[in-house]
Design a protein around this ligand. Structure first.
Ligand code: GRF
Length: 193
């Protein structure tokens, strides 16, 4: 199955997905990486991994609708059937939602619906919760609000630092996301209406 990944940052999830594909664990081909920050490290990673990249500056387009239309056109040309967001720090708008209805998935570093939005790891740390985790969910028009596909939890041990928590969350993400993608592409998850 041809998939596209969207990212804005370091791209460790992109790397984990690409490696899982390479290892034959995920039945997918990454046909495009979409990045809204041309300077992000993920662009370098993708190029090293041989993944085609579309990196753009939102400010150089007239509107969100305009850059999403450009993204949609490139996705169609590349033949992408699904979009997996991996640290894409921007809300998906109506143009892309319409073009990829129920085919956009996100990973979020908390047990949703707790700690939506930015810095979910910091939010959980500050709140002093003892259990947090990672969620993979379908994307709708809200921020981190669509139907949940899978979750994995993690205990915040006494004395754990914020950095330690971040490492532990990332470790979970890097195994959970490839697994969920595999299940989804194998049809082990009903698509939502
Ligand atoms: C991940 O924690 C993801 O859940 C969040 O952004 C982070 C991206 O990390 N939405 P990376 O760029 O994949 O390293």
């Amino acid at each position: 199955t041809k998939i596209a990944l969207f990212a804005s940052g370091s791209g460790s999830n992109v790397q984990a997905i690409a490696e899982a594909i390479e290892a034959g664990k995920v039945p997918a081909e990454i046909v495009l990486l979409v990045c809204d920050k041309p300077d992000a490290f993920v662009v370098e990673r993708a190029e090293k991994l041989g993944i085609p990249v579309f990196a753009f500056k939102p400010a150089s387009f007239e509107s969100k609708e305009a850059f999403e239309a450009e993204i949609a056109s490139r996705l169609h040309t590349a033949g992408a059937e699904y979009i997996f967001l991996a640290g894409y720090m921007r809300l998906i708008g109506p143009t892309l939602l319409a073009a990829y209805r129920n085919r956009i998935i996100n990973i979020h570093p908390s047990l949703l619906p707790a700690f939506q939005g930015k810095d979910a790891i910091g939010q959980a740390f500050e709140a002093g919760v003892k259990i947090t985790g990672v969620t993979v969910h379908f994307v709708d028009e809200g921020m981190d609000t669509g139907p949940i596909i899978d979750q994995e939890c993690l205990r915040i041990e006494h004395g754990m630092t914020r950095h330690g928590l971040q490492k532990a969350i990332q470790k979970i993400e890097h195994s959970l996301y490839p697994n969920v993608i595999t299940n989804l592409l194998n049809g082990n998850r009903e698509e939502q209406n």
